[in-house]
Design a protein around this ligand. Sequence first.
Ligand SMILES: Cc1cc2nc3c(=O)[nH]c(=O)nc-3n(C[C@H](O)[C@H](O)[C@H](O)COP(=O)(O)OP(=O)(O)OC[C@H]3O[C@@H](n4cnc5c(N)ncnc54)[C@H](O)[C@@H]3O)c2cc1C
Length: 308
Amino acid sequence: MADREMIAAAFTDAGIGQIWFDEPMARHASLKLGGPVDVLVAPENEEQLGRVVRILKEKGIAFMPAGNLTNILFTDAGYHGVVLWMKQMDKIQFLPGPDDEFVIEAQAGASLGKAVALAAQKGLTGLEFACGIPGSVGGAIRMNAGAYGKEMKDVISVVMLIDGEGKRKTLRRDEIKFSYRSADLPTQAIVSGARFTVRKGNTEEIKRRMEEIQKQRREKHPLEYPSAGSVFKNPSGLSAGRLIEELGLKGRRLGDVQVSKKHANFIVNKGQGTASEMTALIELIQDRARAEKGVTLETEIVIVGDKR
Ligand SMILES: Cc1cc2nc3c(=O)[nH]c(=O)nc-3n(C[C@H](O)[C@H](O)[C@H](O)COP(=O)(O)OP(=O)(O)OC[C@H]3O[C@@H](n4cnc5c(N)ncnc54)[C@H](O)[C@@H]3O)c2cc1C
């Protein structure tokens, strides 16, 4: 257990805004399940974020960043450390760029959807693929979020971050190694903001494309239930969802969590689901995929916390 009084005193002295102790993540995560984190803190700006990281580093306390919590599964036992929640750093601005290029600069906690909407409103093309991805800018970069054949790496020009020592750094896109649902950031680095490059486009076409994507998402994804999106990465050349269907596991229920009947790569919380039920269902799918298909299914969602 991170020392509550020591952290409270250190953060209060450093002038850090909102702090929660023993906060159940079921209250905030898109899955609506998950145990407590020792400390949840939401810095208001880059300077506070850097200060918090330096304090935690000095005191040897474990920490991790979180954005919109749409891709994290916190175990029922919870996380012993400090979660740096980026939600208060949510500014987005629009800057004219060279030639027909424009730049959208967003803080890490801003919703990706807001950046997509701003681009569309200004008739700028490039971000439409990301419409409907419910993450934050920082989380989307860390996960190299993607859909419809494009990923964050295709639109980012610069990433701003606070490194593990609490120092500010700026990296160009070509200085970061992106792969399928991952960005290789420096150890313990926290994205504080990013710039996206977009181009002048046709407003009507941009809106039509976004509506089409939203329609497809509503048809394919079980948006009526809490989830964390696709649970597994697609193995090379295969669809994880199709594989789960072939295993006969579509609709498989364990307690109150269920492999979605609409999309087999989603696991949904039907109401009172627990993280233990969800991890057990994940393991069951992985075991069956290995035994019956010889395929290793790797999770796309990030599982955080003690096992019990
Ligand atoms: C209904 C639904 C649909 C989805 N559709 C898609 C899709 O089409 N494509 C897709 O790729 N994903 C999809 N997702 C998954 C998820 O929305 C994305 O991965 C998203 O980018 C995660 O962003 P987040 O802010 O919620 O990250 P979080 O869940 O908060 O965190 C995810 C990971 O990123 C790290 N992280 C968060 N913020 C930062 C930061 N500032 N700096 C460094 N690391 C950070 C966390 O530590 C964690 O490891 C979907 C999810 C849902 C619920």
